[in-house]
Design a protein around this ligand. Structure first.
Ligand code: NG6
Ligand code: CA
Length: 491
């Protein structure tokens, strides 16, 4: 048999050099660099994610492109810098699909190599082309940009519509109770957190005062769809079972599964069996819940006989935030835990904690356990995983850093442009340069620094992880160097 036909005939259960591994991207929402015990947390214990880190490569310089969800997810799936697309900002739940159906995507690329592709979990990249009718099959959806199957929540857990959507169809929709969604105005007579605060079981702090679903006030107004509404406390279990079933029903041929978990984004709604487990309130509890789900998911890979033929990439879409709009004790019960892991800033910030996130690759008996300081970014999965399965693509901003991702090279990317709230900064080698921007240095509602300043900022991250000393004035040569690279890359 030729090499090529060996590849074509490879199945997940056949041993051999040419076997294509299954690929699973496990992606958390707002998990910080310091939120896992394998990244130094002492107050939270995440044994299942730790097992991936100790059995795989744990990256210390792993990045999302952006400090918020939509742009990071856009980069992950398209390999394109989100700042090149003016619409790649936090999207409302009724936004049109952000990815052009003609655009290259990671699932499309893997499909070319014979992969089955699926997404389960949070989408937040828009749906339809403007005026979505939630009561008919929604198109375009993930299924039009490369996923064979999709089972998603449209935007975020705190945004309407609060329903699951499977292959473009709202799950459990009763045609006699159609869903309507509006992000500008309420539907007549429908309760909101303002008109009916007594209906709340969770209280909003900022934003989040529109429709109330399951006692939780949300962003956006929704009417109807009663039977289709999800149960927040069961969401983690629900997605887990879907992910497990995906593995069970697709294991005969190579698959790519994007398992996009909703934790620890707000509203934090741990299943009752995790309530109180962290001693840190719901934020800690849902991190433990996510860790448990990952452990169960790994058990399924093993039980189905595909563990040794599955490459796992674990990461988060942006850095941590405590108060993101609800009173949920995240600040009050934090204790000695540092979600930022010693970094400066947080979600929404150009400082490191906005974009530097846990980043782990695991492939049993293929990846040698290691800790890597290589500069790696989620934007590079497209070119790198393409290279792994033999499909080259040079049409995007994604770089082939496969060797670094597999722990076989010490160097990853040379440069990376990170983004927060449409402002960009350059990471290059050990250095980061943040150009001057207008705007507030503090995001007062969430209580974190934005990283924005009217002065140039330059930090040596190797010597100054916490970005305490701005070297822009004392090292003008380095600054000039960084500004030139930045300007060249931004063109
Ligand atoms: C913000 C929300 C925040 C969160 C965020 C998106 C308010 C005041 N804040 O607009 O709660 O939903 O959007 O988070 O509404 S992300 O992780 O999906 O980017
Ligand atoms: Ca997020």
């Amino acid at each position: 048999m030729s090499c090529k036909s060996k590849v074509q005939n490879a199945t997940a259960n056949v041993e051999g050099d040419f076997q294509k591994p299954n690929i699973v991207v496990i992606y958390l929402d707002d998990l910080g660099y310091g939120d896992l015990s394998c990244y130094g947390a002492t107050e939270l214990h995440t044994p299942n994610i730790d097992a991936l880190a100790t059995g795989g490569v744990k990256f210390t310089n792993g990045y999302a492109t952006s400090a918020t969800c939509t742009p990071s997810r856009y980069a992950l799936l398209t390999g394109m810098y989100p700042w090149k697309n003016k619409d790649a900002k936090i999207l409302p739940g009724d936004a049109p699909l952000l990815i052009d159906v003609q655009q290259q995507t990671l699932p499309k690329l893997l499909s070319k190599a014979g992969y089955q592709t699926g997404i389960i979990g949070k989408w937040h990249l828009g749906l339809g082309s403007g005026d979505v009718n939630w009561n008919e099959t929604i198109k375009p959806s993930p299924n039009e940009v490369g996923f064979d199957v999709s089972y998603i929540l449209a935007a975020t857990q705190d945004r309407v519509p609060t329903v699951y959507i499977e292959n473009g169809n709202v799950v459990n929709l009763d045609k006699n109770d159609p869903i309507e969604v509006n992000y500008k105005k309420n539907f007549e007579g429908e309760p909101t957190a303002i008109s009916n605060p007594e209906m709340q079981t969770m209280t909003w702090h900022h934003g989040h005062n529109n429709s109330i679903v399951n006692g939780i006030p949300r962003i956006g107004y929704m009417k109807g769809g009663e039977a289709a509404k999800w149960s927040d406390v069961d969401m983690a279990d629900h997605f887990l079972v879907k992910a497990q079933n995906y593995v069970k029903t697709h294991k005969e041929k190579p698959f790519f599964l994007y398992y996009a978990m909703q934790q620890p984004h707000v509203p934090r709604t741990p299943h009752p069996r995790f309530v109180g487990k962290s001693g840190m309130g719901p934020r800690g509890d849902v991190i433990l819940e996510a860790d448990w789900c990952i452990g169960e998911f790994m058990k399924t890979l093993e039980a189905e006989g595909v563990l040794e033929n599955t490459l796992i990439v674990f990461s988060s879409d942006n850095g941590p935030v405590l108060n993101d709009g609800y009173y949920d004790d995240a600040v009050e019960k934090l204790g000695n835990h540092d979600p930022k892991g010693g970094l400066r800033g947080g979600k929404y910030s150009l400082f490191e904690a906005g974009t530097r996130v846990p980043f782990i690759t695991y492939w049993k008996n293929h990846i040698k356990p290691n800790v890597s300081d290589a500069l790696v970014c989620q934007i590079d999965l497209l070119a790198s995983l393409g290279s792994l399965v033999g499909v080259e693509d040079k049409t995007t901003d994604s770089e082939n850093i496969l060797n670094a991702l597999l722990g076989e090279a010490e160097k990853g990317r040379g440069h990376l442009i990170i983004e927060a709230n449409s402002n960009t900064a350059l990471r290059s080698g050990d250095w980061i340069m943040i150009p001057p921007y207008k705007g507030s240095p503090m995001n007062k509602k969430v209580g974190t620094e934005t990283g924005v300043s009217l002065q140039y900022q330059l930090f040596n991250l190797k010597e100054d992880l916490g970005q305490e000393t701005n070297l822009a004035k004392s090292n003008p040569e380095k600054l000039e160097d960084m500004v030139q690279i930045f300007e060249r890359l931004k063109q």
